[in-house]
Design a protein around this ligand. Structure first.
Ligand code: IMP
Length: 430
């Protein structure tokens, strides 16, 4: 396959960063297509932890071009911090390996403030990352947004900023009873950001087409997960972008090419950060144990993640919405600590079995889960290199998931390091 879209099959934090990093060895370009600095991809390279929020993890590889495409919302301040962190660690970041779409929208300080003022005021909180994601996409949709190309043109940027500040300062002072932002302070900051970032600009859709027409391998790197998709997720407890396969197309400017496959990344259990329904959530000691064993704390906000059993109903939904062709199952090693492992195989609501994943969060919060129980393997598996060397009950668990999900599990991840991975079938070669 020439192109591979990577999507989160759950509520994010499935371990996409590690898998993308691994597959990057076989890619000519890696393209981030949605979200912004709300994402946090933790990678372990040479035993060193690296957290990337906006730059595709392909940046750690030589000869790979990384693109931040039009669907992403860019926070210039955090992007500069990320570039400086990478350069400080000896990693090359230049206009030759990092390309930022002219059409991507820019996050401004008023977006971040609005995000936090809104959360403060809401009686039913969403639990956003407060990185300004929702307000930035809101400006994009309402055509008030400032794109990367506008930001690069000082005259255009200053004019748009002035116009937008009139609106935001009115809102801040009169509705939220907060301080107004100062135009000159922002202009000064953004003059500096422009100086630092202007060399990275590119028409990434055009560049991507050059790659595709030459048959080069492109990896599309998603952020968050299917159930956080603005259209298909557990609305309103979602992020503000399309985190699903459709988002990879509009977010980069390509169509549904014949030779695209879709790799869904899925943890061997489920986690969720922030508010919203979570049918298989474990609110007991077992949940605490899984959270501790799996180090389930947000890489962007540090928040403790909610933890629960694997949910086949939700996964089948993710497979359908994304046209997932195969799965990478991550963190299987974390289940080694358990005697018994459960999988939710169906939901019922008001005593009746549901045949599908409901798109109404109030129903989803009331469904009852039916579980199938599997025996654990009670032994560490982190060092296993070959699938058939896994304990028998771990193999049975994986094969049961394949039967239930009706898609192959091509990759099994057994730890954060690159070498703790079993590749049964290479997604780029199938
Ligand atoms: P926002 O994306 O900051 O607007 O947050 C909306 C919801 O998405 C919140 O519940 C966040 O916790 C969640 N969210 C956003 N980004 C991520 C992520 O990368 N992993 C997991 N959850 C996320």
């Amino acid at each position: 396959m020439g192109q591979l879209i990577v999507v989160g099959a759950q509520w994010g934090d499935e371990g996409k960063g590690k898998i993308v990093d691994l597959l990057t060895d076989f890619s000519d370009a890696v393209v981030r297509y949605q979200g912004g600095a709300n994402a946090g991809h933790t990678l372990v390279v040479d035993k060193k932890k690296v957290v990337l929020h906006m730059i595709p993890s392909g940046i750690l590889h030589n000869n790979v071009v990384c693109m931040i495409a039009n669907g992403v919302v860019i926070d210039p301040e955090l992007l500069i911090e990320e570039i400086d962190m990478l350069v400080g660690s000896g990693i090359n970041v230049s206009k030759d390996n990092l390309k930022i779409s002219n059409a991507a929208h820019v996050i401004l300080p008023y977006h971040k403030l609005l995000d936090s003022y809104r959360e403060e005021k809401r009686s039913k909180k969403i639990g956003t990352t407060q990185r300004g994601i929702g307000p930035a996409y809101e400006d994009k949709i309402t055509r008030r947004g400032i794109r990367f190309q506008d930001f690069l043109d000082k005259t255009r940027f200053d004019q748009l900023l002035q116009q937008n500040l009139e609106y935001y300062n009115f809102l801040f002072e009169n509705y939220f009873k907060k301080e107004a932002l100062n135009f000159n302070t922002l202009v000064e900051k953004f003059d500096y950001y422009r100086e630092r970032l202007s060399s990275f600009h590119e028409n990434t859709s055009w560049l991507l087409h050059q790659y595709l027409s030459k048959g080069r391998k492109v990896l599309f790197e998603g952020a968050q997960g299917t159930l956080l998709d603005i259209d298909h997720g557990t609305y309103p407890y979602v992020t503000s972008s399309n985190t699903t396969t459709g988002g990879a197309l509009t977010g980069t400017g390509i169509g549904p090419h014949k030779n695209i496959s879709v790799l869904g990344i899925c943890k061997a259990y489920t986690t969720r950060v922030g508010e919203g329904p979570f049918p298989t959530e474990l609110n007991d000691d077992l949940g605490v144990k899984l959270r501790t064993e799996g180090a389930e704390f947000g890489s962007t906000t540090g928040r403790a993640r909610r933890v629960g059993w694997l949910d086949i109903v939700a996964l089948k939904y993710a497979i359908r919405i994304n046209s997932i062709t195969s799965i990478a199952l991550t963190k299987l090693d974390i289940l080694s600590a358990l005697d018994e492992i459960k999988i939710c195989t169906s939901y019922s609501y008001n005593g009746e079995k549901l045949n599908y994943f409901p798109n109404d969060s109030s129903i989803l919060s009331k469904v009852e889960c039916e579980y199938q129980s599997c025996s654990g393997w009670n032994s560490p598996i982190g060092d296993v290199k070959i699938f058939h060397d896994l304990p028998e009950s771990a193999i049975r668990y994986i094969e049961l998931l394949e039967t239930l999900l009706e898609v192959p599990i091509d990759i099994v991840s057994l730890g954060p390091d690159r070498d703790k991975t079993i590749v049964r079938n290479h997604p780029f070669h199938s």
